[in-house]
Ligand binder design. Structure first.
Ligand SMILES: C[S@@+](CC[C@H](N)C(=O)[O-])C[C@H]1O[C@@H](n2cnc3c(N)ncnc32)[C@H](O)[C@@H]1O
Length: 302
C-alpha cells in the first residue's frame, strides 16, 4: 500500500509520485485543470482527488492513449471486460511473450482499440510507449511479467472513473492547439517529453516538443495571464539534463526531490534526482504561492 493517487497502469515519465509536491504549488481551487501533455493524467487524477476543480481537459498527441483514457473514465466496465479477455488469452499461448507481439501487430495494422492499447502499455518494458518513424509501436514486452492483474486494474479504474467521469474533456492535438482553449482562471500543467529524446518530427504520435517553439508558445499564456506550471529540466548528481527555459518568461523555478534514480542505484550510487518545476509569475503573484520551501540543489544554474 502507498499513499499515492491511483493509476491505471505504469507509464514512463508519470508524475504520480511527484504529484503531492507539484500540487503544493497550485491554487487551492480553480476553474479548470488543463493537461496538454497528459500521458496517463497523473496530475489530473491527483487534483480530482483533492477536489480542487470539477472540470478537466486531458490532451495527448498519442490518440490511442487518449481514446483508452476516455474509455477507462467514461465506460470502465467495457474496458475491463475487453482487457480481461486479452489478459486471459496470453495463457492459452505456449509462449506468452508471443501474445504481446500478436496484439502489437494487430494494433499496428489499425486495431487501436482501448483494450489493445491498455494491454500493450501494461505489458511493455517500464510502461514506455515508443513509436518508430513509420508510426508503428515498436516497444518490446517485459518478458518477466504478464501485465497488470485484472483485479488490481478493476480497483484502480473504478476509482479513477469515479473521480473524473462526466467532468473531463478529451483531446488529441498538438499542445499548441490546447493553449488556444485555455482561459483566465484555468491552471495549465505541462509535462512535455524529455528534451533530446523526442525530436522526431515525422512521427505520427510522438511529435516532440521543440525548445524555441515551446518557449514562444508559453509567451501567449503569459500574455493572457493564464496560470501554468511546467516540469522540464533536472539535475542528478553532477549531471544536469535538459536546457532551462528562457528567463524572459519570468517563471519561478523550483526543484522537486524525485528520489534516487534507478540508474544511480544500478551503478551503486545514491544520487538524488531533482526535477525542475517552473511556475508562472501570475500564479505566484495572484495566489501568493510560496516558493521558498524548495532548496535549490548546489549545481545547475538558471
Ligand atoms: C512525460 S509524458 C507525460 C506524463 C504524464 N505527466 C503522466 O503523469 O503520465 C509526455 C507526454 O507528451 C506527449 N506528447 C509528445 N509530444 C506532444 C505534443 N506535441 N503535443 C501534445 N502531447 C505530446 C507524449 O505522448 C507523452 O504522453
Amino acid at each position: 500500500m502507498n499513499n499515492y493517487a491511483p493509476r491505471i497502469v505504469q507509464y514512463q515519465g508519470s508524475k504520480r509520485k511527484l504529484a503531492p509536491q507539484i500540487l503544493s504549488y497550485m491554487p487551492k481551487s480553480f476553474k479548470r485543470l488543463i493537461e496538454p501533455f497528459s500521458g496517463m493524467a497523473a496530475i489530473s487524477i491527483a487534483v480530482a482527488l483533492e477536489q480542487r476543480t470539477k472540470q478537466f481537459i486531458i490532451n495527448d498527441i498519442n490518440k490511442p492513449l487518449i481514446i483508452m483514457l476516455e474509455e477507462a473514465i467514461e465506460y470502465p466496465d467495457r474496458l475491463l471486460h475487453d482487457y480481461l479477455i486479452l489478459w486471459k488469452e496470453q495463457f492459452t499461448y505456449k509462449n506468452h511473450v508471443q501474445h504481446f507481439y500478436d496484439v502489437r501487430e494487430k494494433f499496428n495494422k489499425g486495431f487501436k482499440t482501448p483494450a489493445n492499447m491498455l494491454y500493450l502499455i501494461a505489458r511493455c518494458v517500464k510502461g514506455s510507449v515508443r513509436y518508430g518513424k513509420n508510426g508503428n509501436l515498436n516497444q518490446s514486452p517485459d518478458k518477466r511479467r504478464h501485465g497488470t492483474q485484472p483485479n488490481t486494474l478493476q480497483k484502480n479504474i473504478y476509482n479513477i472513473s469515479y473521480l473524473l467521469k462526466g467532468k473531463t474533456k478529451f483531446y488529441s492535438y498538438d499542445y499548441k492547439r490546447i493553449f488556444e482553449i485555455a482561459e483566465y482562471g484555468d491552471v495549465v500543467y505541462m509535462d512535455p517529453p524529455y528534451q533530446g529524446v523526442t525530436n522526431v518530427r515525422d512521427n505520427r504520435y510522438v511529435s516532440g516538443v521543440e525548445f524555441d517553439e515551446f518557449s514562444e508558445a508559453l509567451k501567449t499564456l503569459n500574455k493572457n495571464k493564464i496560470d501554468y506550471l511546467i516540469s522540464y529540466d533536472g539535475i542528478c548528481g553532477s549531471k544536469k539534463y535538459g536546457k532551462s527555459l528562457p528567463k524572459d518568461l519570468e517563471c519561478q523555478k523550483v526543484f522537486l526531490n524525485a528520489g534516487i534514480s534507478t540508474q544511480s542505484t544500478l551503478l551503486g550510487k545514491s544520487d538524488i534526482t531533482y526535477e525542475s518545476l517552473y511556475i508562472s509569475k501570475y500564479l505566484i503573484k495572484e495566489h501568493k504561492i510560496s516558493t521558498i520551501i524548495q532548496q535549490r540543489p548546489l549545481i545547475g544554474s538558471g
